[in-house]
Design a protein around this ligand. Structure first.
Ligand SMILES: Cc1cc2nc3c(=O)[nH]c(=O)nc-3n(C[C@H](O)[C@H](O)[C@H](O)COP(=O)(O)OP(=O)(O)OC[C@H]3O[C@@H](n4cnc5c(N)ncnc54)[C@H](O)[C@@H]3O)c2cc1C
Length: 421
């Protein structure tokens, strides 16, 4: 059987590519290996699907630290506001939450998936599920078709590879597309976990002293071997049984991976500022004032409310201050050290959870070999890429799905245009 466009992969990028191609009137086949489409989309945003982000385009690009700038041309054609309009036209109303994050008002990822599936149906896109693609076929230097694992072959002039990265493989993203890209002559930049929890063998982690403790609105910095911050993120974090996690940690994680690689080191120091709105000196003066007003009060009670109690007790212990000691009995030098811990509690991390456990795959098909206006391969006519298989990655917050939908839109439209020309 012959189609104008074959899209491999039914994640956000492939669904959008198939819809965009279908809108042009092209005959479109969407193939997925799983029994359901959009399996990763269904668990995204804690099951609520953070479908895009409402920040201005420049900010969105900044939140895509993995080659976000490559997307400037794509955003000039189809951007986050277009995504919002697209979903509203499909009957999925969206609402804005903190940091510009957009969610369906239903709070259900499934409503996003259902709308995309209905649109595929309306556009008469043929969908084949439960059928892994084994290979993409090239003949005479151009795309010729795809071969399924069951031996069936489909001919086509254009193929959109939208099979995602290698993270969370039970959703279907097992990295199958990289070999098809390499076969077409593409470079796959090194794959690594991003947006992933960090591991640590520090005694307080191994002893689970802080396990389960969440810290709100802190600043976490990744330090280079000279002790200077490479990156700082202000968000929430949590201590776990293996290390640290939460939004600030996920954002810092790729910088830890890169630092370990760059300096060939097995541990990276991170620095935690639990009171980012105060300088160390302000904090010291505040504490001294509190102690002066009630000199006989135990320091733990004097400092109540400054930090979550478990963290306060932990930092007092780190500074060898007995929590019941009267404030006035504590030397100023010790108070200064305590303030320093509040502002710069430094500890080592020794890596991340594996790629399979990461929210997003870093690395992928090199964007240097992709036309940024069409998502077509510069090496193999008729071959298009979109979504996480590309060497593009963003922070959590809707940026990865935005990138998948924007690149999917361009890939689908342009594949159809070329196929029907
Ligand atoms: C738990 C979790 C939560 C997340 N939350 C968010 C969020 O809220 N916001 C955000 O922006 N990003 C989020 N992300 C990241 C985001 O979900 C992904 O970046 C995005 O889904 C990538 O889209 P994609 O279309 O490129 O690939 P995928 O969504 O991975 O889809 C790839 C599809 O290709 C299919 N496939 C693979 N190989 C084959 C083959 N050989 N033959 C046929 N089909 C194949 C798979 O079955 C799958 O359906 C989250 C990720 C995870 C793991």
């Amino acid at each position: 059987m012959k189609f104008d466009v074959i899209v491999i992969g039914g994640g956000p990028s492939g669904l959008m590519a198939a819809i965009a191609a279908g809108e042009t009137g092209a005959s479109v086949l969407l193939i997925d290996k799983g029994d359901k489409l959009g399996r990763k989309l269904a668990i995204s945003g804690g099951g609520r699907c953070n479908v895009t982000n409402r920040l201005p385009v420049d900010e969105i690009i900044k939140h895509l630290p993995g080659n976000g700038k490559f997307l400037y041309s794509a955003f000039s054609i189809f951007n986050n506001e277009d995504i919002i309009t697209f979903f509203e036209n499909l009957g999925v109303m969206l609402k804005e939450e903190d940091h510009g994050r957009m969610f369906p008002t239903s709070n259900k990822a499934q409503s996003v998936i259902d709308a995309l599936l209905q649109e595929l149906n309306r556009l008469q896109v043929k969908v084949v599920k439960n059928n892994p693609v084994a290979d993409v076929l090239y003949e005479n230097g151009q795309v010729a078709g795809v071969l399924l694992k069951n031996g069936e072959e489909y001919s086509t002039k254009t193929v959109v590879i939208a099979v995602g990265g290698k993270s969370v493989p039970h959703t279907g993203s097992t990295g199958d597309g990289y070999t098809w890209a390499e076969k077409a002559g593409h470079t796959i930049t090194e794959l690594y976990p991003t947006e992933v929890p960090l591991t640590s063998t520090e005694p307080f982690i191994m002893n689970k002293t802080l396990q389960g403790l969440s810290l709100r609105d802190i600043e976490l910095s990744v330090l280079n071997p000279k002790g200077k911050p490479i990156i700082t993120h202000r968000m929430d974090m949590i201590f776990t049984h293996f290390g640290i996690s939460g939004p600030a940690v996920l954002r810092c994680s790729q910088f830890v991976v890169k630092a370990m690689k760059k300096w060939k080191i097995t541990e990276v120091t991170v620095s935690l500022d639990a009171v980012p709105d105060k300088t160390g000196e302000d904090l010291f003066q505040q504490i001294i004032k509190l102690i002066k007003s009630e000199p006989k009060k135990g320091i733990k009670n004097t400092l109540k409310g400054l930090l979550p109690e478990r963290y306060l007790l932990f930092l007092l212990a780190q500074n060898e201050i007995d929590p019941s000691t009267q404030g006035a009995a504590i030397p100023h030098e010790k108070i200064r050290h305590f303030c320093k811990s509040c502002k710069q509690f430094q500890f080592n991390v020794n890596g991340t959870l594996p790629l399979e456990k990461a929210f997003v795959t870093g690395g992928g098909v090199s964007v240097k070999e992709i036309d940024p206006k069409t998502m077509q391969s510069k090496l193999m006519p008729g071959l298009f890429f979109c979504g996480e298989i590309l060497d593009i990655h963003g922070y959590t917050g809707g940026y990865n799905i935005t990138s998948a939908l924007v690149t999917g839109r361009l890939a689908g439209t342009n594949a159809a245009t070329i196929a029907m020309a």
